[in-house]
Design a protein around this ligand. Structure first.
Ligand code: FAD
Length: 497
């Protein structure tokens, strides 16, 4: 029997008492990490490398969480994260990616109006199947930039936060010359659709105060050509990971923490690092005993969780033009859409349709077949002779009980300290995960990775002080991380500059 599993434990007067099976007394501090996404794996990896006793409890039957590289097409297709945002050596993931020799396909440089795409490799169509002249796309792009600049003035004049959509309306009312008509209006809606995809939320939900305040790393945005999976596998190597272990309760005793699974099995450790998505915490799928303090509960409530879904289609041959992005313009951002052409980056005949915000939730109401049919209707508007896909994949991040959304975003009126409160530990309970990262990298893989490392560092410091291991020769997490960085001087492999 696993010494860490306690089948008969009770929480009495705030102390965890093992009545039948005693936990083996380990000289090393023990930590349970909840969630085997990149954040949990990063936390566990660094604690393991620093000689802590670490166990990861993961509810799914797979690793990676919101990184999900699917191989059923015979090649890697990322149904969750697929870009490295910030193709530069400062990216905390750069040493790992370099070390693994993974290739990045850069889809945009810095400061593109389309975030992770460049306008040059993008082709737009209207719903009648006519291509939008590139000059109109460029001109409306310039207008969109002007509108966004003007929203900055609205922000400066109004102390109260409002949504980006509301601010755009204010700007268009005071600058009628920026209003677009007909096809140009539809192209403007498409730009808004792209913005909504970046935040995974509709424009009427995005905070005007903070939408442009995030610190995006330099170097543009690179698709992981081999998928993100090799990164996950490398981090997970040799770790004690228990799949299909859904945590439902965390009982914080005086010195120990007990973690209870849905089947009643208990695990006990000196500390716990929670890396489950904020959507899971919002839905109270894990009970905390004692209850989390009010400031923490409020922080969880004050954050938005967006949704984005992908529908990947594999064809027997390529019938579309050799551009990275194929977009459909329409009268509202909700009805606009776009396909990522994976063929350009990977050589495989695959298109990935992406939907964000309310539209992403609406797509989840359809069966996989209906969702694929809907997407094919969109594609046939652009290419009436499009052949049917040989295979398709549909993600459901919004209703998946292991994610309940895709990543966090700032709600209108978000309190300034919300992320500080979210990452703040509660005794020996630490918090990692995409939402708690420092430097405004929420919603990203590298942000989640850093958040895991930081949670591990804080956890380690706390335990060594508390358990009197300060004299112990355990290497500090930060030292281990530094050594990892030093070992890889290979440049990032970029297939498109
Ligand atoms: C569609 C989509 C596209 C994205 N695109 C990009 C991109 O291109 N680039 C980028 O940088 N980022 C992207 N992201 C965001 C990125 O994927 C996340 O920020 C990051 O992967 C989050 O990692 P994490 O470890 O914090 O959380 P997760 O990966 O969600 O890990 C948390 C883990 O906890 C597990 N869990 C949940 N509940 C329980 C429970 N009760 N008990 C035990 N385990 C539990 C989950 O199964 C999961 O494995 C995208 C996300 C999505 C969904």
């Amino acid at each position: 029997m696993d010494p860490k599993e306690l089948f008969s434990t009770n929480l009495i007067d705030g102390k965890i008492v093992a009545s039948h099976i005693e936990r083996q007394c380990s000289p090393l501090p023990s930590v349970i990490v909840i969630g085997a996404g990149i954040s949990g794996l990063a936390a566990a990896r660094s604690l393991y490398d620093a000689s802590f006793e670490v166990t990861i409890l993961e509810s799914r039957d797979r690793l990676g969480g919101r990184i999900n590289t699917d191989y059923s097409f015979g090649c890697p297709v990322d149904m969750g994260a697929s870009w490295l945002h910030g193709v530069c050596n400062e990216n905390p993931l750069a040493p790992l990616i370099r070390g693994l020799g993974l290739t990045l396909y850069r889809t945009s440089g810095d400061d593109s109006i389309l975030y992770d795409h460049d306008l040059e490799s993008c082709m737009l169509f209207n719903t009648d199947g006519h291509q939008v002249p590139q000059q109109i796309v460029m001109d409306v792009g310039e207008t969109f930039k002007r509108i966004l600049e003007e929203t900055g003035k609205v922000r400066d004049e109004d102390p109260d936060d409002m949504s980006v959509q509301q601010a755009i309306s204010v700007v268009l009312n005071s600058h009628p010359e920026l209003k677009q008509q007909g096809l140009s209006h539809e192209v403007l809606q498409w730009y808004i659709c792209r913005m909504e995809a970046w935040f995974a939320a509709d424009a009427d939900m995005i905070s005007l105060k903070t939408w442009d305040q995030e610190h995006v790393l330099s170097g543009g945005h690179g698709l992981m050509v081999e998928g993100y999976d090799p990164v996950i596998k490398a981090l997970a190597k040799n770790l004690d990971i228990r799949l299909n272990h859904r945590v439902t309760k965390i009982s914080n005793g005086f010195n120990k923490i007990m973690v209870t699974l849905e089947n009643g099995t208990n695990f006990v450790a000196d500390a716990v690092i929670v890396t489950v998505p904020v959507g899971i915490l919002k839905a109270n799928l894990i009970e905390f005993i004692p209850k989390l303090p009010d400031w923490k509960v409020a922080a969880i409530a004050d954050l938005g969780v967006g949704n984005e879904n992908k529908i990947a289609l594999r064809f027997d041959k390529v019938f579309w033009p050799n551009v990275e992005l194929l977009g459909i313009v329409a009268p509202t951002s909700y009805s606009c859409g776009y396909f990522l052409n994976l063929h350009k980056a990977t050589g495989h005949p695959i298109l990935v349709y992406m939907a964000a915000g309310r539209f992403a939730y609406d797509l989840e109401k359809l069966s996989n077949e209906s969702a694929a049919n809907f997407v094919m209707q969109q594609l046939k508007k652009m290419f009436p002779d499009a052949s049917d896909p040989v295979q398709y994949l549909v993600s459901r991040w919004g209703t998946d009980p292991n994610s309940l959304g895709c990543y966090t975003y700032d709600l209108v009126g978000k309190p300034e300290d919300v992320y500080d409160r979210l990452r703040m530990p509660v005794g020996n309970l630490f918090f990692g995960g995409e939402a708690v990262c420092m430097d405004d990298h929420q919603g990203s893989v590298h942000g989640a990775y850093s958040a895991g490392m930081m949670a591990a560092e804080n956890c380690q410091r706390y335990l060594l002080e508390k358990l009197g291991h300060v004299q112990n020769n355990l290497p500090l997490v930060s030292v281990v991380r530094h050594e990892m960085l030093e070992t890889t001087n290979i440049p990032l492999q970029i297939s498109r500059m």
